[in-house]
Design a protein around this ligand. Structure first.
Ligand code: PLP
Length: 390
């Protein structure tokens, strides 16, 4: 066994056959695969409408535009996430307002979120960081109380269920999934907007398709003239039939893939449980909450900092084990600092956590022996740091 990657997609003959069949069908865009994929993902999240798009980022951008978010508006979100959850706010021309996170769930803190709402607040983009659905119901209530739109960025949470039985993708006005290769299911590149709001879904359908009417189709079944009629400024955020076919094959295996990920996370938990220098992911105590594992991120205890964390990541890599610093804080990315004047210390909880987190290899097919190798190597690195501190 040599290199263990950080992430790896789970592609079987089922996916390959589905893609080949679509290639042979002659229909490569806007067709039955897209429609089936939209139904599958909407169903899985308890929504009535699905709008397939070219990426999670495209989906978030389209939803904010469809909600009327624009210049002069503030949108509240988390500084501890993949950058797309904040970039979509900039793409819509609005101002991101960050709030600090809860150190257990790593999601944005509901109390701080409510306190950040002003007359200019138009929406909240709530992220289920690392697949953890904690606080989403509370954030939804806060959004309702203040009459601002909640957008759920569930790009990391497909298959997650809250303690109260709500599924990831069911919160707020609209929710967005992403299907990049490291997500629970992948289409290579792709995303899905889900909502119960037909009108909102139709605005997203128009935005993804160059501002055409939601019903516009090219070719034999197009309504007369609809293909070259553009009602508004739109984008090409469409998903191809090839991509959607891959998505349908992956969705058919979703329960099995979620099980595999739960097994990998469980193995990690067992093997690292007694390591005093590591903080393991916190899963909601309530028995019926189901975490949808996206990555396995641990963090060093409070005695450690960025230097030790980075040295451990480098050490893991030297031993041919993938590891990464999920996530650097968004507000400290240079272009955010320059444009909005953010600085170190603005969101101390997120910053202190972000400098001590490291993601370990995580994918469906990661076997027990590899997990043991990873954990033993990690322990060695952590022990070494403890000795260096003395
Ligand atoms: C993956 C991800 C996205 C979307 O990413 P794309 O690469 O555009 O599909 C958005 N938000 C979060 C939190 C993500 O992890």
């Amino acid at each position: 066994m040599s290199h263990i990657p950080l992430s790896q997609p789970d592609i079987t003959d089922r996916e390959i056959d589905a893609v080949v069949a679509t290639l042979r069908s002659g229909r490569l865009s806007i067709g039955p695969e897209q429609e089936a994929f939209e139904h599958a993902v909407a169903n899985a999240s308890g929504r009535t409408q699905g709008v397939a798009v070219s990426s999670g980022t495209a989906g978030l951008h389209a939803v904010l535009l469809a909600l009327g978010v624009g210049p002069g508006d503030e949108v509240i979100t988390t500084p501890f996430s993949f950058i797309a959850s904040a970039n979509c706010i900039l793409m819509a021309g609005a101002t991101p307002v960050f709030v600090d996170i809860c150190p257990k769930s790593l999601n944005m803190d509901p109390a701080r979120t409510e306190a950040a709402i002003t007359a200019k607040t138009k929406a909240i983009v709530a992220v289920e960081v690392f697949g953890n659905t904690t606080h989403l119901r509370e954030l939804e209530r806060i959004a309702q109380r203040h009459e601002v739109a909640l957008v759920e960025d569930c790009c990391e949470a497909l298959g997650g269920v809250t303690a109260c039985g709500r599924r990831a993708g069911s919160f707020g006005r609209a929710s967005v999934f992403g299907f990049y290769p490291n997500k629970q299911i992948t289409t290579g590149e792709g995303g899905m907007i889900v909502t119960d709001d037909h009108a909102l879904a139709d605005r997203c359908r128009s935005l993804r398709n160059q501002g055409r009417t939601p019903q516009a189709h090219h070719g034999a079944d197009r309504a007369a003239g609809s293909w070259l009629a553009h009602q508004q400024l739109g984008y090409n955020y469409r998903m191809s039939e090839i991509t959607a076919a891959l998505g349908n094959a992956q969705m058919a295996r979703l329960p099995q893939m979620l099980d595999a990920r739960r097994r990998v996370a469980g193995d990690y938990m067992r093997q690292l449980m007694d390591c005093d220098d590591l903080v393991l992911p916190t899963v909601e105590a309530e028995t019926d909450a189901t975490m949808s594992w996206f990555v396995f991120v641990v963090r060093l205890g409070a005695d450690y900092g960025r230097v030790e964390r980075d040295r451990i990541i480098d050490g893991m890599k030297r031993h041919e084990i993938g590891a990464s610093n999920y996530f650097p804080c968004i507000h400290l990315q240079p272009f955010y600092q320059e444009r909005f004047g953010f600085k170190k210390g603005d969101f101390p909880i997120a910053e202190r956590i972000s400098e001590r987190t490291l993601a370990l290899p995580f994918y469906n097919l990661l076997d027990e022996r590899s997990i043991e190798l990873i954990c033993r190597t990690l322990r060695l690195m952590v022990d070494r740091e403890r000795l260096l501190k003395r």
